[in-house]
Design a protein. Structure first.
Length: 330
């Protein structure tokens, strides 16, 4: 069992000779592992402003209250961006999952989806920032600016701009029409830790109140791992049944719920294509750009599936000179 925050005194003094980088993220947040006076380890989080330390603390409390395993906060200076956290280990879902081993993945994914349902059941309005139209549109604007123009060197012409504006309107309307719940926003295998109880959830500072399908899409259509769509559908169907039984307001028609997941997933994938390009060209972090083909494939598959999105499908074909084969239709 993870120690509680009132155990701080037993951890001191920390042995700063053992301080070493544990991980970093796409922003400027870094995590260091350090040995404590008890002989175990803790995590020092260095999240300089404007990183979201206050939000990290507040969302940690929401998740903990929902019965979700999160790192304990032993001490915090949110203005400076420093925290001392419990150490959840170094093995994330991404370290043990393999897109070719669905038997191994199924129980882990179901554990993750059960955790997600607990998080969503704790939802209340006016607690987290809304995933509103302005935020959805800012994210969608990353694709033409950073991926198409800066990365591919092929800025949108007037026809492309008009088509993309229409697509964004459809995606934003669809997102806002979904039932709104607590959204982790990066509920993906890299942010789920193998632990007891499992999974432990990290990197939650960007949480918002938004579409119920968002975190399902983030889990199953990941930056670093792909599944056969039959496995994706099996996982979504299992979640859908459990969510209905738990009283969550998912669409009563599975085909329409799957569409909800796909459409908000498309919004996420277009955002991340632009975001990963921006990480390279603005922030000097090139390692993320190598995973853009996976996100492009996700986006293209969804765009080709739905009649309303065919103009986007043609645009994506033009930019990547590829045609997408799709095996399922809803």
């Amino acid at each position: 069992m993870a120690p509680q925050a009132d155990d701080l005194a037993s951890l001191l003094p920390l042995d700063f000779r053992t301080l070493q980088l544990a991980s970093s993220d796409a922003g400027f947040r870094r995590y260091f592992r350090i040995r404590t006076a008890r002989g175990d380890t803790a995590i020092v989080m260095d999240a300089p402003p404007p990183e979201k330390s206050r939000e990290f603390r507040d969302v940690q409390q929401l998740l903990k209250a929902a019965g979700i395993h999160v790192p304990a906060i032993y001490a915090a200076d949110v203005d400076a961006g420093f925290m001392l956290l419990s150490d959840l280990g170094s093995t994330a879902y991404i370290d043990v999952l393999d897109g070719t081993n669905e038997d191994r993945a199924k129980p882990l994914m179901r554990d993750a989806l059960r955790t997600l349902i607990r998080w969503q059941k704790a939802s209340r309005p006016d607690i987290l920032p809304p995933y509103d139209e302005a935020l959805l549109r800012r994210e969608l604007d990353l694709f033409p600016e950073w991926y198409a123009d800066r990365h591919l060197g092929r800025p949108f012409d007037d026809t492309d701009k008009a088509m993309y504006a229409d697509t964004c309107r459809l995606l934003v309307e669809a997102a806002r029409q979904q039932p709104q719940v607590f959204v982790h926003r990066d509920f993906m295998p890299r942010n789920l830790m193998l632990s007891d109880p499992a999974p432990a959830v990290i990197d939650f500072q960007d949480a918002v109140h938004g579409p119920i399908g968002y975190d399902v899409a983030a889990l199953l259509r990941d930056a670093f791992l792909s599944w056969d769509e039959a496995f994706e559908i099996d996982c979504v169907a299992w979640y859908w049944g459990e969510a209905k039984a738990a009283g969550l307001p998912v669409n009563s028609d599975f085909a329409l719920f799957y569409r909800d997941v796909e459409w908000i997933g498309l919004q996420r994938h277009l955002k991340i294509l632009g975001l990963f390009a921006r990480l390279q060209y603005r922030d000097g972090k090139p390692r993320y750009l190598a995973d853009t083909p996976r996100f492009f494939a996700y986006a293209s598959r969804v765009a080709h599936r739905y009649r309303e999105l065919r103009p986007l499908a043609r645009l994506l074909d033009k930019y990547e000179n590829r045609n997408q084969q799709v095996g399922y239709t809803f």
